[in-house]
Design a binder for this molecule. Sequence first.
Ligand code: ATP
Length: 731
Amino acid sequence: MTVTTPHPVHPDFSQEERHLSGTIASVLYQIGAWEDRSRNVGADLETSLVLADEAEEKAAMLSVHVAEPYFGSLSVRIAGRDQTLYVGKHAHRDLTGPFSVVSWESDVGGLFYSQALEWTTPRRLKGTIHRRRQLDVHRKVLRGVVDLYDSASGGETGGREEVLLKRLAEASSSGMRDVVETLQAEQHDVMRAPAGQYVCIQGAAGSGKTTIGFHRLAWLVHPERGENQAERSRILVLMPNQVLAHYAARVLPGLNLEGVVVTTPETWALGFLGLEKMEVTDRTLSLLLTDHDNGRRRAAWRRAKALGDLRMLQVVRNHLKARLGANLGALDYHGTAEVSRGQGGSEPKELHLSALQVRGLLEGVLRREPLEGYRPALRAALEAELLGQSGVTEDQEAGVLRQLGSDLNRLMSRIFAGMLPVTEARRLLQSEESLRSAAEGVLSEQTIGVLLTDPLVSVAKPRRSYADVTELPLMLAVAGLLDGLGRRQGRELLPYDEVLLDEGQDFAPLLYALLARAARPGHITTLGDLNQGLHGYKGPSGWPEVLGALGSGSQGSGQLLTLSRTYRSTRQITELTARVAATYNRAADVVGVDRSGAEVRRLTGGPLARLTAQAVKEMQLAGHLNIAIVTRRTADAELLSSELMAHDVDARPILNEQARYQGGVVILPVHLAKGLEFDAALVCGADAGTYDPATEFESRLLYIAASRGVHALALIAETDLHPLLLKARTD
Ligand SMILES: Nc1ncnc2c1ncn2[C@@H]1O[C@H](COP(=O)(O)OP(=O)(O)OP(=O)(O)O)[C@@H](O)[C@H]1O
């Protein structure tokens, strides 16, 4: 029998308990006061209804936090006065007593996480921190008090690690863990990278990128962010696939981020282009996952990469200029408007723009590269020129423009005839002559050659109309250059307040440049891990390229931040996955939280289905609820899921992006497992035949498969395990 020493009760425990009861009473009192106000009628009906609505909303927001009003405290001295600030998920102001709570997103709340010991208050007073304390409150009960930093007992206590390890040891849910209470200093600093600056966050699998990204959004909507504050409905979150987008949409409201738009770049692009009915394909990925010919794989990779290259923006620009110039030909403009003569009379006025004048205006617009797009800019330039000619007063302008409208419409539609995003992007790629002339001086002869080949001939095309992920950025580029990019509000196109991209290593540099035109300058945060790049064929070569692409479209500087520690998995799992990553990334320096767990389970020598079923049952017996069986291909998952039935294991298959992950035992191919995590992960077919050690792409897949487990990992192979997964002498 093992005897565990009970954790000594903290000397301040009773005092903290009293403070907690006081705070809960104060919060309840405040909620009651707001609810009363919402029932009282004010000066006039409209004002009182607005006030009632506001009070009701405030009461509803605060009531979620009654049971856990805070999770930590800071003992500080400001201008010679000692006080304790309690930090929670929602601010509460106790007007008469000491029971106020500051929110974690506020500047002062942020001091709970950082390592700073001094700061300057908004009133320019010097503040000093004496103690940081974690308070484990659950359902109105204080369960523990741990000092994280205490200047009286020598500074850092090691308590932060203790609290973190305890939290990480808890079973994962199918949603997102609440990490507000245990954010680490490194993560906190990254989360608070200055708003209004492009930020790239690089971090290994499980370093908390997605978690940090979502918390950054919560931080950005806080009023203290001033002019950089983001409004929820004007935030766009782009996840790499629908499985993760649904997951994100489910967890964001928990961070008070209702109304944020969460989708994938493809769905967003199609929606923006008005092509929702089109099917999206990724024929390059299909080829990479199924074709064994390395020559074909390389050619497909190169072409996809060339299509997503930033320089394609200039190629599209040149192409559109040529097309507009050709459409314009010798078109000129004639129109007539009734113009007021004064004393109530009017006379018709002939207005004319010669072909030379129209061309001059168009060239001026193309030189200016307006963010709102060539079409609205040219229209505005034509209107301004005609109004100047008409010599009317300001109050007559609208009337004159109305009269000229239909002739202008006719001219505009001839200049922009046939220029639709899909047709224009394809015209550029399918006509060697167009491509060569648009790419002259921009792309090398070799790249032009790559673009003119079709390495995907062997990959089936859908019967209905489709757009491939590699051509979508080009279509968006056409749309953006012609008509601007952004979020639609009525008939207006406005910039997003903030765009967040998860798994940013998989997005094309061209897409970044276009998103920079769709968001406020500097308001893009991207998270990713270059080691997990599965879609390198459409992704950037590194983060500097991303920052370059973001900066090319608008102003605003950017920075690259790195998360060096990983939190997801036990030491046993992290050590093994680091070994796989090291084969293709020598610089990979993955430091795991030192949390010990079960030994990695290795099962070999038998049919895959039987071994897998055995592993699932073992994992369930060990108490794991969310278990993933990860296969190399979709077809493997489909086959194995039916074979497992015969072994009394019901694993829900996730075979496409439309499937939802809701916990339990699931079986899915590795490319759909990316970004998800489970209590236990089983890598099925963990052998060299399945993941070819000579191909970097395969090692990346293996890394992703093996890094999905939080507490347990099983490696399953019919015969021999993959050489990288063999038990090392140090295991
Ligand atoms: N400070 C923390 N406290 C508690 N748990 C944490 C903390 N940081 C990260 N985690 C946990 O670590 C796990 C990994 O986090 P997350 O999924 O955000 O990582 P990621 O870097 O996006 O991973 P991947 O690259 O694999 O998608 C999650 O379970 C998350 O809750």
